[in-house]
Write a protein that binds this ligand. Sequence first.
Ligand code: SF4
Length: 444
Amino acid sequence: MAKLVYDNTGRLLFTREMKEEYTLLMPQMLPVHFGMMKKLLECEGYKVDMLTTNHRCIVDEGLKYVHNDTCYPALLVIGQLIDAVKHGGYDPHKVGLLITQTGGGCRASNYIHLLRKALEKADMAYIPVVSVNLSGLEKNPGFSLTLPFVRKAVYAMMYGDLIVNAANQVRPYEVEPGAADAMTERWSQKLVDGFQAGKGMSRRQMRANFDQICSDFAAIPVAGEPKIRVGVVGEIYVKFAPLGNNNLEKFLLSEGVEPVVPGLTDFIIFKIYNRVADVELYGGKWIKKFGCSLFMKYIEACQRDMIEALEHSGRFRAPGTFQELHSLVQGYLGDGNKMGEGWLLTAEMLELIHSGTNNIVCTQPFGCLPNHIVGKGMIRKLKDDYPYSNIVAIDYDPGATRINQENRIKLMLANARGLTQSQPARPREEPQTDREPQLAHANI
Ligand code: SF4
């Protein structure tokens, strides 16, 4: 059995020996993106299990070991990991837990300490916790994010966004149920295999893959009238994770609507841009600003390739660029609003409204102050400026019942159906840069 080794602060390390013997358990947030991430980690020699459990015991475990005023995503992630160790059939002496540290000012940087406290409380302090971060925070001899791995992960994220975007526009209309999911799995595996062979990671190869992904999804047989579109925004975990939002996308599909979920790439660019904004707002090293600006420009260029591929497909709607989102939010929130999802959350609601998706579910986790300000806190203002916007804030917390959440969404959908009948659809409007109030068009 691997020896337990501690650093000079008393932190249990994940050693090279453990890499050979242990299984790393990772929470899931975005099923497609994280699925590719898992495969990439396996290619690096780690044994990894991505947790897809989704039941009430997870919340109960979280409540048992985490203070109940902790934000709901932290409670869920920690509850899911502890539940897996206790009831997932693993040897607790042969598992390590993977958790991200964002390095920002929000609690997401500190989940790791809560997780260690929870393990101590559960008499499992011998389980190593591994931080996944790009901020040079905790390091472990048996786990490292090498540059080639980070490069593959960044590409996986962008491919993941395109796949999810195309799949979301096919799934509600597919003639053969499961066809979009099968295509998603096929492309995820194909891309990871390509990465391992050093393929798919240049702009030229990426553009070719983007076009091929779009045409493969466009070839899936579909039928039926366009459905009401419903945007999903919110704090990143409850927006994307089926465990966090009680399978929101599945529920929306079962209600006969088309979910529109803005991707992860904008969030990543937003996080990099925040470091540039820090230097501009508060001062700092020019080299940091320069380096971050360069990295941001590269990801933005890849994002433009993705948008062009969707536009050229002639079949799919494309999202706007990060710069378009940024210009939409001018006059609403400044760059200093960067905790949690910050100004990006409001910008995503504005983009949805401007692109004809004015029915929006704004997912709000309990205990998340920053996103209550930029999410729920902005809805009144948006409704004043866009009277036809139809936004509902849904709270996710340990005591909220699924039926209550779904009933509130059904009420919003009843309004959406009423608006569709009373308003003619109009074509997409150009992003609005001045702040004149205007009527957003009713969507279908
Ligand atoms: S953004 Fe909200 S949910 Fe996420 S870590 Fe911060 S407080 Fe918690």
